[in-house]
Design a protein around this ligand. Structure first.
Ligand code: NDP
Length: 295
């Protein structure tokens, strides 16, 4: 069997286009554009790339992008004061503080300061709680994107065995919650799990969110499983290469001989994150304007 490649890049492009069309309709109805504020503290190169691409994608989707770039030595109080201003600003529907923050700032305190109804990253404890009890809120973008790819591919997930490897607050736990809400039978594996291979072998759906290059082996997979690889890992450069290749948490080549469908890295889950961020911002804008959000 050769697995079908789940083309997250194409899916994300279609989602961004739909969000852009809906954002244009929002502007007509509300008399203003939806707006996303992104806050970057310091000069982490990867974060700068993410913030730049979020800004570009926001503008391309007919929304306002408000970028706030602060010096690395910005105090926590100054950052909290900016978050308060953004909370109070009616032109700002979504607020995203790019992580990681410099070590002298308590990221949890900053996330807690964001108005939960503008927390389009879905990291606020109120949104984690809403997800846990099944209330409408904001779901973290990466697991939401994985879920969209899964339901697009599999339709109804009821009764399927799903294994999520990783239990972080931003990927693993919300992923498991979403799968549970979709009536899958969910196992969450982590670094203390005994015999991970045996746990994975039961799964119709495997979501790997670990951060270890090519850790999940083809022999671990049940033939025909659907595999979502969240991991983004850079290998050391091979001879003649300037930068090492990007790989996922799944050993893609061999695994694609066993799975029925699998996301590549890059081009799988990665592009979904920004697309879902735009969607969440559009939903926030509708709620803030008292309008019904599109599906
Ligand atoms: P974390 O480091 O926060 O969590 C990793 C999880 O993996 C932990 O729960 C850890 O277990 C578990 N783990 C570590 N080693 C093992 C092991 N040997 N066996 C089983 N489980 C293990 O990472 P994130 O959740 O933030 O991210 C995971 C990956 O996804 C990373 O590669 C990251 O780059 C990528 N990512 C991609 C995104 C995108 O595509 N846009 C967005 C976010 C993340 P324990 O809790 O026991 O320590």
């Amino acid at each position: 069997m050769v697995a079908e490649t789940i083309d997250g890049k194409a899916f994300a492009a279609r989602l961004r286009e739909r969000v852009g069309e809906a954002a244009a309709r929002f502007e007509e109805k509300a008399g203003r554009k939806a707006g996303l504020a992104v806050v970057l503290v310091g000069e982490d190169p990867a974060s700068q790339v993410y913030v730049r691409s979020k800004g570009k994608a926001t503008l391309a989707a007919s929304m306002n992008s408000f970028e706030h770039r602060l010096e690395a030595d910005t105090s926590q109080d100054d950052l909290l004061a900016l978050v308060e201003r953004l909370n109070a600003d009616d032109a700002v529907d979504g607020i995203l503080v790019q992580l990681p923050l410099p070590a002298h700032i308590d990221a949890q305190a900053v996330i807690a300061a964001i108005d939960p109804d503008k927390d389009v990253d879905g990291f606020h404890v109120t949104n984690a709680g809403r997800l846990a009890v099944g209330q409408a809120g904001f779901v973290p973008c990466t697991p939401m994107g994985c879920m969209m790819l899964l339901t697009d591919r599999l339709g109804d997930l009821s009764g399927l065995d799903a294994v999520v490897i990783g239990r972080s607050n931003i990927v693993g736990k919300p992923m498991a919650q979403l799968l549970l809400d979709a009536n899958a039978t969910v196992t969450i594996a982590h670094s203390r799990t005994r015999d991970l291979a045996a746990v994975v072998r039961r799964a119709d759906i495997v979501v790997a969110a670990v951060g270890r290059a090519e850790m999940v082996k083809a022999e671990w997979l049940k033939p025909g499983a659907t595999v979502i690889d969240v991991g983004i890992n850079r290998l050391p450069p091979a001879d003649g290469e300037e930068k090492g290749r990007l790989v996922g948490d799944v050993d893609y080549g061999p695994a694609s001989q066993v799975a029925s469908a699998i996301t590549p890295v890059p081009g799988g889950v990665g592009p979904m994150t920004i697309a879902v961020l735009l969607r969440n911002t559009l939903v926030a804008a509708h709620r803030n304007a008292g309008l019904t959000a599109p599906e």
